[in-house]
Write a new protein. Sequence first.
Length: 256
Amino acid sequence: MLDAATIGFYRLMMAAAFLAVINYVLFRPNTLELLSHLKHSVPLGILLGLHFIFFISAVKNTTVMNATTLVNTTPIFAMIISLAFFGIRPTFTALVGLFVSFAGTFLIALSTASLIPGNLRGDLEALVAAFFWALYLNLGKPLREKVYLPFIYIVAAGLMFLVICVSGNNLYIPGLSEFTVLVVLALLPTALGHTLHFYSLKGLTPSQAATSALLEPVVASSLAALLFSEVPHPIFVVGAIATILGIFLVSKETTS
């Protein structure tokens, strides 16, 4: 059984390999062109790796509900960082939408939660993970055209590998069934999902991009309902509606 850090490492490395092949086939970049992206890709890779590390640790040290709810505070951090360092001011409508979306994701988490108290260390780690993701999005917006995503994933995977080594664990070779799952994780939520999310920064502010990611549990649970006949809890339905409404309000945000 692979632990979370090992899964994160393989997921990022496979995504990097997949995107590198696609990029080579479509664009045939030369070596000097790729190396020119390295200096901007490394800082983003470090931030992405730190996000993964702290979130994985948070899941270990607190409840899943606490970890997922607190990491969804990313839009709040993104909005604060955008205002403090980039002068991007949210509108009142965007602030209302952000609050409504966060309330919705809290209800979604609550609908599947057990009443087990969290751990303060894990809760703080989830908040730190949210902060690093928000910082990643804010730095990613101006650097979007100056980076090479496979480099970002490789650097992040390198940090995951360091965590595995420092924690005294071994990097296990996945079995066939585990390898199949890792490939799916690498291709869909990472190579496809994260890449689209990153490049959405072209037309969205960091807080808008972060808020749009709150749709993930809504879409995942909706697919589960359709494919596996899993009937969602009424609290989930209310939370999903609130999340979608909040995202709509945030999408109307204008900046100054």
